[in-house]
Design a protein around this ligand. Sequence first.
Ligand SMILES: [Zn+2]
Ligand SMILES: [Zn+2]
Length: 348
Amino acid sequence: MITLTARGLYCEKGGFYIDPWKPVERAVVTHAHSDHAYRGSGSYLVAEEGLALARIRVWSEDEPEPKVEGLPYSKKLDINGVTVSFHPAGHILGSAQVRVEHKGEVWVVSGDYKLTPDPTCEPFEPVKCHHFITEATFGLPIYRWPKPEEVFDEVNAWWRRNQERGKASVIFAYSLGKAQRVLAGVDASIGRIYTHGSVERLNHAYRDAGVKLPETIYAGSVENRKDFIGSLIVGPPSAQATTWLRKFGTPSTGFASGWMMVRGARRQRAVDRGFVISDHADWPELNEAVRASEAETVYVTHGFMDEVVRWLKEQGINAVRLKTHFMGDDAPELIDEENEAQLPKWRV
Ligand SMILES: [Zn+2]
Ligand SMILES: [Zn+2]
């Protein structure tokens, strides 16, 4: 029912693509990261909860406005005789797994997902299906995330220590999803929190959707640079090598990513601290999601495809490698940085 084409995953019976990486007439999109929500399509269907983010992503005001429609989680929609519904993926606000059903056959395209609790989005919902498509960004047994509370204790302790030394703390976190998760997780009573413009813009969309974030101040609006002393500043990884960082004197720097589990990644990123905070499933979560789907066939895309396929086959599951993602070069601040990090070179 779903096939892989040069434009992306395609449901011929329904006449729509899922997360196409080239413009198509009708796109069904799992979430607003740019490797999934590609610009230029005629119409987009997304989970209602991610509508505002999808609009920001696929439309710039100098272009004609594309049709972007929202469908609430779990609600079924008939598209040319095919039943489509969205189910929370737990990845970022409004992220969804796409369930597609036709004559009793069920497919689930999970997009990016995680099972770790995250106060900024709906929790992952297991969906039973015959065919499950999963990503494998962190599909190796070495990837096991520490508890979020432990990681945020580390972040808070680092911030406090820097504050005692009269320093600012700059944490780099991908501006869509990760930054808001960092904001929701830190102890805001420690001090003031400033943001980069790309983060602040998306904070508005999160707050509008009812997600509770601490008060943040756009760093660009600050006149007296002394204000930054002792504060926490959240910016996207792309701002690291720019003059933006100079505003903050000689801050201590940190980076929030699942890749911070890899030896050498912190040094490679040239930051003082690495914090293991990921928006993707780790190894146990990936296995749990596959088990919960009860799928007879599992298609593995992106990341450690061969390793996951081999492992699942050993478990008696019919697993197939599916090479899908094309990484767009545009809007680097909106690329899913954890997937991007899989590319041979770190792109800042
Ligand atoms: Zn993503
Ligand atoms: Zn992705």
